[in-house]
Design a protein around this ligand. Structure first.
Ligand SMILES: Cc1ncc(COP(=O)(O)O)c(C=O)c1O
Length: 421
């Protein structure tokens, strides 16, 4: 049983203000058949599709403005620089950061977390110290800390989760000790859908003077994020999971922390002056943006944010909640199906197993029905170990999914039972 709010299957979809059919027309890729069936794209936690506004932003940039930024005096360079910095302002608004200097562009969440591990981490974590994570982390919020701890002789501690996939908050608090130098937690688990009480966790850590990094890869596309309200020290996101291109992401960091951190990579743009004797680093955020950045995709990230702002994150959140509740209720009655991850606070992700049927086989049969889901460990092998399963099938929702698509998923799962059950 899950506590995702029950929505009767015959209840009208609560989409009066949110016109999903109109939204779908913004995503040309959705209008296609796969194996002769209409595409049902339910792999949004892996990557989302891109609206026309994003596709056109990339095309516009390469057709009209392509140029290197920050150093040109000519018109194209000025236009490219302005669009690039407008995207930073959009991200600042989106995360409600206090200052654009706190927005560092990276390749994605993975690079953002590695940046913190390799700069803040290497500076502050020493032999015998501890870094605290949770048992539901994605590999990209585990391995960078393991690498750091190995190098420094520090210890990685892991706060456990219960059988519903919820963090044991009291254990998390207990693990925040005098040796803890940093806590790193996901906002929304990609494997389970669990939403962590990040604000409370930050409060607990700060009471002991411990900074907190939040992995926001799955939360940012699904809920309004306010880094000042969360009071987190770092927040990492990936553009491609929020309707923007691959290869662009963001590290938010509190300015005073970023100021005090050593640079991540050395090279052009991150310097104020260079002699063979000494380099003076650039001001924030450029100190952390060495080399020519991914200009086109950064600009397209700005377009994705404007698109999300126009739809309204609250509307998106409500729509996805409706889909998750509708899907949860529908699959619960399927014989042999077990939902993995039944947290009270949950969003976007429906992971499940079906007895002895291998998730890969389920995914293959669903694909023949035109339904794209993910099967495997979802880059969260310790979560699979916790639940003693090799893998799950994961349907993950995006703002363009519909109840009809959930119905198609359910019909597909019944087909799996017919063929393999
Ligand atoms: C919770 C979570 N964190 C981090 C990542 C890594 O994101 P990226 O591969 O975009 O760097 C993912 C990707 O699936 C994720 O779901």
């Amino acid at each position: 049983m899950t506590t995702v709010a029950k929505i009767p299957r015959d209840a009208p979809a609560m989409l009066s203000e949110f016109d999903v059919e109109k939204v779908r027309r913004d995503f040309p890729i959705l209008d296609q058949k796969v194996h002769g069936k209409p595409l049902v794209y339910l792999d949004n936690a892996a990557t989302t599709q891109k609206p026309l506004a994003v596709i056109e932003a990339i095309e516009h940039y390469y057709r009209h403005d392509n140029s290197n930024i920050h150093r040109g005096v000519h018109a194209l360079s000025e236009r490219a620089t302005e669009s690039y910095e407008n995207s930073r302002a959009a991200v600042q608004r989106f995360l409600n950061a206090a200052d654009p200097r706190e927005i560092v562009f990276t390749r994605g969440t993975t690079e953002a977390i590695n940046l913190v591990a390799q700069t803040y981490g290497r500076k502050h974590v020493g032999a015998g110290d501890e870094v605290l994570i949770t048992a539901m982390e994605h590999h990209s919020n585990i391995v960078p800390w393991q690498i750091l701890c190995e190098e420094k002789g520090a210890r990685l501690r892991v706060a456990p989760i219960n059988d519903r996939g919820e963090l044991l908050v009291e254990d998390f608090e207990k693990f925040l000790g005098p040796k803890t130098r940093l806590a790193a937690v996901s906002h929304l688990s990609n494997a389970l859908g669990t939403i962590n009480p990040v604000r409370d966790l930050v409060h607990m850590a700060h009471a002991r003077g411990i900074p907190v990094l939040v992995d926001g890869a799955q939360a940012a596309p699904r809920m309004a994020v306010d880094v000042q309200d969360l009071d987190c020290d770092f927040y990492a996101i990936s553009g491609h999971k929020m309707y923007a291109p691959t290869g662009i992401g963001v590290l938010y960091g509190k300015a005073e922390l970023l100021e005090a951190m050593p640079p991540y990579q050395g090279g052009g743009d991150m310097i104020a002056s260079v002699t063979f004797e000494k380099t003076v680093y650039n001001r924030l955020p450029y100190k952390f943006e060495a080399g020519t950045p991914n200009i086109a995709d950064t600009i397209a990230l700005g377009a994705a944010i404007e698109y999300l702002e126009q739809l309204g994150l609250e509307q998106v959140e409500r729509h996805e909640h409706d889909l998750l509740a509708y899907a949860t209720e529908a699959v619960e009655s399927i014989p042999g199906l077990t939902i993995v991850g039944t947290a009270g606070e949950k969003a976007g992700v429906l992971s499940f197993t079906m007895g002895d049927i291998h998730p890969h086989d389920i995914g293959t049969i669903l694909d023949r029905e035109g339904i794209a889901v993910r099967t495997g460990h979802h880059c969260a092998q310790p979560v699979m170990q916790r639940f003693q399963i090799p893998a799950t099938v994961r349907a993950s929702f995006g703002l363009y999914n519909t109840r009809q698509e959930v119905d198609a998923l359910v019909a597909g799962i019944h087909k799996v039972n017919e063929v393999l059950g």
